[in-house]
Design a protein around this ligand. Structure first.
Ligand code: SF4
Length: 266
């Protein structure tokens, strides 16, 4: 049997540039991230600390968990190239603390979370021909929220362009969210009603915002008349063909570990 184990949090990247995904998640190619990515990681850590405390019945103030952000920025667990971005560590602290506070005061109270970065039961996709993909890990950066109409999966996304024209940019986010919806259902046996993106902009004057609820699960499973992304993924793993996408917004030496050896980019 040909078995692949992939982190659930990496699955969405397969549908951006599959060749990049293969390099980074199947062949183990690595690249240091820039300071802006480290800022995103630090905001995720501090907001998760805020939400977990609330979930545990010991709510904390934004100031109480701000130290998590500073610590994550100064002691990153991944390699960070500090020359690789247009901001300083001091800028990153300032932007990160403002985002953290806005999230804790304005965004988190809108939700009734039931889990933060929930651990997921393994989910196997039979690709045919003896090839199996096993998705494992946790709902990295996402939460589980109880709404009046059912369970939703809000996923925190940071970035320069996450808010566009006064709205959360949900383009290309359905594969990851749909995966989390499916894996949550596989883990708990409970249905979900959809996913949401919590947009935390790391630049400009835009404020953090929450997208409307949308059913990302359908994109993974398909409909009666259309194949879902799982079928396309199975074909890639079965054939071993992971196509390049030089039009990806992440197709750059800054973001792609395969850049130096890939002939498809300009
Ligand atoms: S350089 Fe561009 S096309 Fe090539 S693997 Fe990376 S993202 Fe894909």
């Amino acid at each position: 049997m040909n078995a692949f184990t992939v982190r659930a949090s990496a699955w969405g990247a397969l549908f951006d540039c599959a060749m990049k995904f293969e390099g980074e998640h199947l062949l183990g190619m690595r690249k240091a991230s820039g300071l802006r990515a480290a800022l995103g990681t630090a905001v995720h850590a501090s907001t998760a600390a805020n939400d977990q405390a609330r979930l545990d019945g010991n709510p904390l103030t934004p100031d109480d968990t701000a130290g998590v952000l500073i610590d994550a920025l100064h002691n990153p667990t991944q390699d960070v190239d500090y020359r690789d971005d247009d901001l300083t560590v001091r800028d990153a602290e300032r932007i990160g603390l403002a985002l953290h506070t806005r999230y804790c005061l304005d965004i988190a109270p809108q939700f009734e979370y039931t889990a933060v970065e929930m651990k997921l039961a393994p989910f196997e996709i039979d690709c045919g021909g003896g090839t199996v993909v096993r998705l494992t890990g946790s709902m990295d950066r996402a939460r589980v929220a109880q709404r009046e109409d059912g369970i939703a999966i809000p996923d925190l996304k940071t970035g320069r362009a996450i808010i566009q024209n006064g709205k959360v940019n949900t383009k290309g986010k359905a594969a990851q969210l749909g995966t989390y919806q499916l894996l949550y259902e596989n883990t708990t046996g409970e249905q979900t009603v959809g996913g949401q993106i919590i947009g935390l902009p790391t630049t400009g004057k835009a404020n953090p915002m929450v997208s409307p609820l949308f059913d990302a699960r359908r994109v993974m499973l398909g409909t009666d008349g259309q194949r879902g992304l799982i079928e396309y993924a199975a074909e890639m793993f079965r054939s071993g063909l992971f196509p390049p996408n030089p039009q990806s917004v992440l197709c750059s030496p800054k973001f792609c570990a395969r850049w130096k050896t890939c002939m498809f980019h300009e």
